[in-house]
Design a protein around this ligand. Sequence first.
Ligand code: ADP
Ligand code: MG
Length: 551
Amino acid sequence: METLEFQSEARQLLKLMIHSIYSNKDTFLRELISNASDALDKLRLESFRDKELSADLSDLHIAIEIDKEHRTLTVRDNGIGMTRDQVVDLIGTIARSGTAEFLRKLQDSRDAAASRDLIGQFGVGFYSTFMVADRVTLVTRHPNSAEGVRWESTGESTYTIDSAPDAPQGTAVTLHLKPADEEDHLADYTSHAKITEIVQRYSDFITWPIRLVPEDGGEPTTINSRKALWARPSSEVTEDEYVEFYRHISHDWNKPLETIRVQAEGTFEYQALLFLPSQAPLDLFMRERKRGVQLYVKRVFIMDDCEALMPEYLRFVKGVVDAQDLSLNVSREILQQDRHIQLMRRRLVKKVLSTVKTMMTEKPDAYATFWRELGAAVKEGLLSDPDNREAILGICSFASTHSPETPTTLAQYVERMKEDQQVIYYMTGDSRATVERSPHLEALRAKGLEVLILTDPIDEMWVDAVPEFEGRRFQSVAKGQVDLESEEERSATAEREKDFADLLAWMTTTLADHVKQVRLSSRLTTSPACVVGDTYDLTPTLEKMYRAMGQ
Ligand code: ADP
Ligand code: MG
């Protein structure tokens, strides 16, 4: 037997679980069933691909066993199992991207409610068992391993690993439950009624049978209905069912912000059940970020993170697409080229964009949350998805000089435009404060012209690529000649240019190393001078970005 140490991040999370920051302890069972269900999906897939795999596929299921006398609860599956190395890698460490970031945030937030929200955002999977158990044993065998592995821990800094010669195919997790009265709200997890209730509440849609031996002994009975949510009429699915399904596929403990359903009939039949999250995923802007849509074929899980189904800028969309007419061993490469899949993707993208559009009018608060959390990702689509550019512009909002708090849509901006105003003014910068301090804004402000304040890094990119919104050009106030003068003012400036011709010429020569030209300006009202970029120059922020990328 070997004793090993948890990775330090895993240790931190375990500590949180033991001191149980999360109030709803019942959810540990959902996590175990979710893992068991994934393991069964993986085994079925693996055996498609690898004909050598010596696995028994005859009765794939999940079994729950209660031992009242020893106060244990076991969740068993006959799925893919784990090799010894996998146990160490998957259970002893947390490989999920964003973990370090998450833990840092958690340490920063002192109050319990905030921590709970963070935990909710992260989800803790297997470790949640330590909310209700003071010792957890996991016995597992991978089909390619001759013998199994036994893992055990009390959730403190170490765990033990041992061989388990007689382990059956799959994984069994046994919880040695904490004394019932020790914790204030610890329910009786040795009660058949309680377990049945939790399974039906959180895991009813799991497609594998979940069996429980009844209290009076006898044959195990299946306690979940196993109905695929996306195949049931919307009117029959409750809000709670959607929420639990979302949690299962997204590993996010929050509720989804919006649920989207698509049913396509005809030559290429499919159903989609998609969700918009209510918080930005932690890995939204990380390099190894994943896309969130799973592919099923006729109710059979085929793959996670299916990039053929959702473009990168909608990577936060979670959900399931179930296609009726695809081969079960379809590969990612084939999917990328399949014409039906491309059509399906186009339709799903349009549906997501139109759902957000509807939220703008029907659920303005939800829309505001959506945009605050995910808008920066959506705007990438202005560059990468020219076909949907108009639709994307239609759901964008931006900070603006019009209001210090409320962002504006482009349609609202256009509605407020002055009669003779031809263009949409914007200014990019690091933050609202920097932009507002800028002398470039002065003249526009003096004239009562509204300026969009663009502070996301991606803004620098799309403003150059997107020519216009409904026929109105985007015009940077920091570039070129911002044409704000009336005829009269123009001739007055021309007069003054003559008066100052000598001075301007002298300044242009003296400053030749630094600037191209010195001009009289009508854009300043209080600052004496400012530096203006040429129309095709990089903006200062973009310059900084390129420099940071080493270019
Ligand atoms: P997540 O499910 O979000 O990946 P978990 O903490 O729930 O995180 O599980 C960690 C990993 O351990 C899983 O991704 C899976 O690879 C492995 N695992 C957990 N339970 C099982 C199981 N019953 N069978 C096979 N592998 C499992
Ligand atoms: Mg899990």
